[in-house]
Ligand binder design. Structure first.
Ligand SMILES: [Zn+2]
Length: 125
């Protein structure tokens, strides 16, 4: 099994400190489930952020709204962007409505369609 530093996502051998960034891996392991999921949005394996975004959406995680918005901006993977957009629609926070309006008219088709659906859920548009 490969271990990743929960702070910088470098591959680590499994010790208490990350050799790449010096993060205290054991302390980070004490984070809440929600914090772990938000951190997993930046995981290098593409299936992990998709799963994390989906769960955060199901949890209606308000704390995840900004990180999910940032993920859509920073990712170039339309499947990750789509998962984040769907999660934003589920969470239903109005902070997402302005970026969703933008994504509903530009970018990959699957992202646009997801953004249109999410926007409907948030604003009724
Ligand atoms: Zn690290």
């Amino acid at each position: 099994m490969i271990h990743y530093c929960p702070s910088c996502w470098a591959e680590v051998p499994g010790g208490p400190k990350c050799p790449a960034c010096g993060a205290d891996i054991h302390a980070l392991a004490q984070e809440s489930y929600e914090e772990k999921l938000i951190r997993a949005l930046n995981h290098p394996e593409p299936t992990t952020p998709i799963r994390a975004a989906t769960i955060l959406g199901e949890l209606r995680s308000r704390a995840a709204v900004e990180p999910l918005i940032n993920l859509v901006y920073s990712s170039s993977d339309p499947y990750i962007q789509e998962a984040a957009v769907i999660a934003l629609g589920r969470i239903g926070d109005p902070r997402a409505s302005s970026p969703l309006r933008r994504w509903s008219s530009e970018g990959a088709l699957r992202v646009r369609l997801a953004a249109q659906q999410a926007l409907k859920k948030i604003t009724g548009e």
